[in-house]
Every structure is written in structure tokens, then in C-alpha cells.
Design a protein around this ligand. Structure first.
Ligand code: AMP
Ligand code: MG
Length: 354
């Protein structure tokens, strides 16, 4: 299959761009696949109400079919069609956070095929704020099933070049809308339980959600490395975001983390491994690794979130085989950052104590 790559600027959706989006919509209506930008990460879209499209998404990603897809809508009027009923919390949360990086789980309506929900009676719904995404969804008939546009297990794509890397020849079109703004997947909240529960941390934090609905719990498997329980979002049980190299997280006081990592790197037989470190602006110059990546200023969680997935991919491109990462604060957006980093590291953490 030939993959057509088109470029659209989000703040300049002109006639040419509209033509591309119409073409993308036609592809979806015919049961094809299109990768497109959202504010979180790039999505791999198909018609959410067409079971054949969902099957194609799983095949293109190499994703296990028990891992449900998120349905993306562009207008609130469309929500009622795909859920059994709209809970009161959904209206309140939508008013504050839609369009935006929040996914809500509700009971599904009959028109949503089990192929889209991974066999579940619930459906995950999100309204992205990216204007290219919104227009693409409208042109496609209103309901786009989309997981992240990466091969299963690889870091989610934050730029179109990574979609091309993973999906060239597997989708009809890739819409290049530049680098995404957030860089981590949406927060997922389950509204079918009381009180509502966060199944995946994201840019919108528990504190943000609790300001709107009184009590919100967090699935305890999210940050716990030792939990024997299965996570409630089926996708969270899979190894994810993993670079090809062996990634370990080192936690502790900054100076001790730096000396530990440098010691480990020095112990390696010279030339045997290519080494890498995920550092911050404050610490980067102290590391002796072959490749040192700066995630951002230690206190700038938004910047760290935006850079994390591309850093993991760059290590692959540069064939780095041994990677150490500093740990980041696990409050606010930091919780989502640490959740992704822990999964990328297969939960390998070296704790040097505080
Ligand atoms: P991705 O599309 O790659 O961002 O992954 C979507 C995530 O949403 C996966 O972790 C899924 O398991 C989760 N998810 C989607 N639909 C549901 C649902 N109905 N119930 C629980 N988790 C869901
Ligand atoms: Mg994903």
C-alpha cells in the first residue's frame, strides 16, 4: 500500500488543508486508515463504528485485540449515539476539559462494535482539541477509533516522522501536523464505577479532576511496581514505550544519582556498550555517558512530558544499548511521566534512598 503524507499547519487550515482532510475522511468512510495529529500524541484512526476498520488498526499496530481503542469525537452532540447514557459527571468534566486530553469510559451503545472495545461493554471516548484532528473527525463521519500511531510496544509518536517510521505502507495517509503539544497520552477516567477511577494518569491530574467531581480514585496498579493485580485498563498491562536498549531508572539525591550512574558506566568494558542517560538541564553536564539527553528543566514537567517519547526513540536511532534515567517528581503531571518511564523501563528501578 502506498502511504500519502500530507502537511497541515494547525493554525492555518486553508483550502488546500481542507481538501486533504476531506480526502482523509473519504479514506475512513471506505474503511481505510489515517494517522493524524492530536494534542497528546499522534493517533492511528479508523471508523469506530466499522468492525473491519478496527481489525485493520490492530493488524497495523500489531496490537493484541483485547486492548480496546479510544473513540474520538469532535462534537458533544455525537456522544449520545455511542454511549448508553451520559452520566452527570461526564457533562461536568466535558464542560471543563473537552476538547482536551481527557478520555472518559462509559457504557457502550449497541452501535459500537466489540472489535472497537476489545470485547468490553464499555467504550472510552475523547474529544481532542487539536483543530486538525477535530476537522478530520468531522470529515470522517464523526467517530474515529484511534490508538497511538506506533507499532505496539514502541514509544508513542510525538511527530509525524515517527508515524512514518512505524506505519509507512500500512496506512493510506499520514497527516503531518508538526510536533504535538503535550506528548503523553490522555488521562483515562472510568465513569462506570463509583467513585470514578483514573485508569491511566495523564496531563489532567487527579487534583484537576477532583476539583470537578468530588472523589476520584486511582487504579493502584498504575505506579506500583510490585502489584500482582491486573490493571483495569487492559492496555496498561503490556510492556510499552520501551526503547531497544536496557533502561533503568535511578532514584535518589541528585549527586548520588550522578555518581552511581557514572560508576556503572565506568565499570562497563570500554567499547562493549553504547551508553545513554536521560538527564535534566541541571545535571546533564555531569554525566560521562556516550549520549546524554536533556528532558527539560527538573521543575518543568510539561517540557519533560513533551520530550520523553522522542528521547526514547532517539536512543534507538543511535543504537544506545545501556540507558539510565533520573527519576522525576511523581506529583501532578510528573505522575504520568513516571508511569510511562516505569513501563518503558519494565519497572527496573534502583533506589538509592532519599
Ligand atoms: P492507546 O489507544 O494506545 O492510547 O491506548 C488506549 C488505552 O485505553 C489502553 O490502555 C486501553 O486499555 C484503554 N481503554 C480503552 N477503552 C477502554 C475501556 N472500555 N475500558 C478500560 N480501558 C480502556
Ligand atoms: Mg498506545
Amino acid at each position: 500500500m502506498d502511504t500519502k503524507v500530507v502537511s497541515i499547519e494547525e493554525d492555518q487550515i486553508d483550502d488546500k488543508a481542507k481538501e486533504y482532510l476531506k480526502e482523509a475522511g473519504e479514506i475512513i468512510k471506505k474503511g481505510g486508515l489515517v494517522a493524524f495529529p492530536t494534542e497528546t500524541v499522534y493517533g492511528l484512526g479508523g471508523d469506530a463504528l466499522n468492525p473491519e476498520s478496527s481489525k485493520k488498526i490492530y493488524a497495523a499496530k500489531g496490537r493484541p485485540s483485547d486492548n480496546p481503542l479510544i473513540v474520538h469525537i469532535a462534537d458533544m452532540e455525537h456522544l449520545g449515539k455511542i454511549v448508553k447514557s451520559i452520566p452527570a459527571e461526564a457533562y461536568k468534566l466535558a464542560e471543563k476539559y473537552w476538547p482536551g486530553p481527557l478520555t472518559m469510559i462509559m457504557d457502550k451503545a449497541d452501535c459500537v462494535p466489540y472489535e472497537t472495545t476489545g470485547g468490553l461493554d464499555t467504550v472510552a471516548v475523547r474529544m481532542p482539541s487539536n483543530r486538525i484532528a477535530a476537522e478530520f473527525i468531522r470529515q470522517s463521519g464523526g467517530y474515529i477509533a484511534a490508538p497511538s500511531a506506533n507499532i505496539s510496544g514502541r514509544p508513542s509518536p510525538t511527530e509525524a516522522k515517527y508515524c512514518i517510521e512505524d506505519l509507512d505502507g500500512k496506512v493510506q495517509m499520514i497527516i503531518d501536523g508538526g510536533k504535538v503539544g503535550i506528548g503523553l497520552e490522555s488521562t483515562i477516567i472510568d465513569l462506570t464505577v463509583s467513585p470514578p477511577m483514573i485508569l491511566r494518569p495523564g496531563y489532567i491530574t487527579r487534583e484537576n479532576l477532583q476539583a470537578i467531581v468530588e472523589e476520584v480514585r486511582v487504579d493502584k496498579t498504575i505506579l506500583d511496581s510490585n502489584s500482582k493485580e491486573a490493571p483495569k485498563a487492559p492496555g496498561m498491562k503490556y510492556r510499552h514505550y520501551a526503547p531497544k536498549g536496557n533502561l533503568k531508572i535511578v532514584e535518589g539525591k541528585q549527586e548520588e544519582v550522578i555518581s552511581y550512574i557514572n560508576e556503572k558506566i565506568t565499570e562497563l568494558e570500554p567499547g562493549s556498550e553504547k551508553t545513554g542517560v536521560i538527564a535534566t538541564t541541571e545535571s546533564a553536564s555531569f554525566y560521562k555517558a556516550d549520549v546524554v539527553k536533556i528532558a527539560g528543566n527538573r521543575d518543568d514537567e510539561d517540557e519533560i512530558a513533551r520530550n520523553l517519547f522522542s528521547i526514547l526513540r532517539e536512543f534507538d536511532d543511535e543504537n544506545v544499548s545501556v540507558i539510565y534515567s533520573e527519576a522525576f517528581n511523581d506529583t501532578g503531571v510528573g505522575q504520568a511521566i513516571m508511569n510511562r518511564l516505569l513501563k518503558a523501563a519494565g519497572h527496573q528501578v534502583i533506589d538509592l534512598g532519599r
